[in-house]
Design a protein around this ligand. Structure first.
Ligand SMILES: CC(C)(COP(=O)(O)OP(=O)(O)OC[C@H]1O[C@@H](n2cnc3c(N)ncnc32)[C@H](O)[C@@H]1OP(=O)(O)O)[C@@H](O)C(=O)NCCC(=O)NCCS
Ligand SMILES: [Zn+2]
Length: 295
């Protein structure tokens, strides 16, 4: 594993450059890094011109903070694995469906021996990045909102497959908003892992009910899936803390160890546990891995 890269931003990221060996994403390991979106203007220096322009186009401060936090965190984490300075990393976004430039971002810099794949998501003030040792990964986080009857009816129709609608109909109405959010994040994580995103309607895949251990139960028969790897998908729920729900999916393995960790210190913030409802200690780059979930 390449040593962590020296960071160039004053007051930020210095913990990475002294972090020692970076965490090891082996074939069956996925590390998930959480951060809180807040103003961090010094991190803009880590972004490339396109990212800076996109950040500037975001009018709402909250959207800009989330974007800058997420893209800086990805760069810092990938830098720690590849040895390439965060601001020198290049990304590629060719869509595997149509060849356009709006596809799933992947690393375009040569990572040397450091095989790495990543995906990011942001919602509310939560930012999250998932890394693997090369397996396709997708992650999603969403805010649970109390939906009225009309929205519940519309969204359940859009999100759920026929089999899932049967389970949904049996739920007490007070549980339906959260259940739909869980179904949604599980499916979006899978569709982000394949790189299709919502170009494939979420109702075309089935996952287990929110009260059960997460897993993909069926792909819409008769369709050709873009990645044969999607035939074996590992799906896990994460612990973002209320009112959020989150899931991560990794293709091509049926045995996965997921660790959830605090990323704020990597962004130059004083350390504080961002996951108030986290089930256990959180590992920093220098710490010992704490496995939250492993099956
Ligand atoms: C990918 C997608 C699901 C993201 O949904 P979202 O809820 O708005 O955003 P999230 O917070 O979950 O994730 C955003 C991140 O996912 C990543 N991403 C973008 N496209 C992706 C894709 N196709 N697959 C996986 N990840 C993707 C990016 O890093 C993005 O971060 P950024 O917006 O800061 O650059 C949604 O934008 C989508 O479905 N895109 C494809 C739409 C489509 O049909 N395209 C036409 C194909 S021909
Ligand atoms: Zn496309």
């Amino acid at each position: 594993m390449a040593p962590a890269a020296a960071a160039q931003v004053p007051g930020a990221i210095s913990s990475v450059s002294h972090a020692g060996p970076a965490p090891d994403e082996t074939d069956t390991a996925c590390s998930v890094w959480w951060a809180t979106a807040r103003p961090r203007p010094e991190l803009v220096a880590l972004l490339d011109a396109a990212e800076r322009q996109r950040a500037e186009r975001l009018r709402r401060t909250v959207d800009r903070d989330r974007y800058v936090t997420a893209h800086a965190l990805v760069r810092i984490l990938l830098s720690a694995r590849t040895g390439i300075p965060p601001q020198a990393l290049r990304f590629e976004t060719t869509c595997h469906r149509c060849g356009g430039g709006h596809g799933k971002p992947r690393l375009d810099s040569d990572p040397g021996d450091a095989q790495v794949a990543f995906n990011l998501a942001h919602a509310g003030n939560r930012v999250v990045v998932a890394l693997t040792g090369g397996l396709h990964v997708g992650i999603d986080v969403d805010v649970v909102r109390n939906l009225d009857r009309e929205d519940l009816a519309m969204l359940s129709g859009e999100i759920l497959s026929t089999a899932e609608r049967v389970s949904y109909a049996e739920l007490p109405s007070c549980e339906r908003s959260r259940a739909l959010a869980v179904w949604w994040t599980r499916k979006e994580a899978v569709l982000k892992a394949t790189g299709d995103g919502l170009a494939i309607p979420p109702a075309h895949i089935s996952v287990t009910d929110p009260g059960s251990a997460p897993a993909v139960t069926a792909w819409d028969p008769g369709r050709t899936w873009p990645s044969p790897m999607a035939a074996v998908t590992c799906l896990r729920d994460l612990s973002p803390g209320a009112p959020y729900v989150a899931s991560v999916a990794v293709l091509g393995t049926d045995a996965l160890t997921v660790t959830e960790q605090a990323g704020d210190a990597l962004l130059g913030d004083p350390w504080e546990p961002p996951l108030r409802h986290s089930p256990g200690p959180i590992r920093l780059l220098t710490g010992t891995p704490h496995t939250l979930r492993s099956w």
